[in-house]
Design a protein around this ligand. Structure first.
Ligand code: UDP
Ligand code: MG
Length: 158
């Protein structure tokens, strides 16, 4: 159990379909803390770096093209075990196979256009957050007044 930060991307299909609010609401309602957010039409180079681990895969060129085709919303979310919590909320990569109740399972029909990205490990979270929120002052350290109602502070945030 550890407080973590994770990078979430609301992909071009989420922005184009008007699902930014719907998806952000899910994370807010879960109790994850929003610590950074930006909407940008990022250049291909941002996603070449972001998807570097997939560089050898056949879908890599199409993935970079899709991600840089339209604006994306980048979020930094914080919470206890936030990386695993967000991955669970996203659902399986193929939206057609993602479980109902997950973001992809409820809102998508595609393998590639699957609405959302979430970091998959502490190491990838660190490098992905630096890629999207590397400049000073972009991440906001704050304490929501709801914190002691979302967590048992003595047991979970000590
Ligand atoms: N992707 C794809 N075809 C594939 C596998 C992945 O288009 O066969 C895309 C899809 O958008 C996915 C992203 O590449 O979200 C990164 O793949 P990964 O296996 O890391 O899935 P994720 O972690 O996003 O669930
Ligand atoms: Mg991945």
């Amino acid at each position: 159990m550890a407080v973590q930060r994770t990078l979430v991307l609301l992909k071009p299909d989420a922005v184009q379909r008007g699902l930014v609010g719907t998806i952000l609401t899910r994370f807010e309602q879960k109790g994850l803390k929003l610590v950074a957010m930006k909407l940008r039409h990022f250049p291909a180079s941002t996603f070449e770096k972001h998807y570097e681990p997939h560089k050898a895969k056949p879908f890599y060129p199409g993935l970079v093209k899709y991600m840089s085709s339209s604006p994306v919303v980048a979020l930094a979310l914080e919470g206890v075990d936030a990386i695993e919590v967000v991955r669970g909320m996203m659902g399986a990569t193929n939206s057609r196979k993602a479980a109902p109740g997950t973001i992809r399972g409820d809102l998508g029909m595609s393998f590639s256009n699957n609405l959302v990205h979430g970091s998959d490990s502490p190491e990838s979270a660190a490098s992905e957050l630096a890629n999207f929120f590397g400049d000073a002052g972009e991440v906001c350290n704050w304490t929501p007044v709801s914190t002691p109602w979302i967590y048992n502070v003595a047991e979970e945030l000590a």
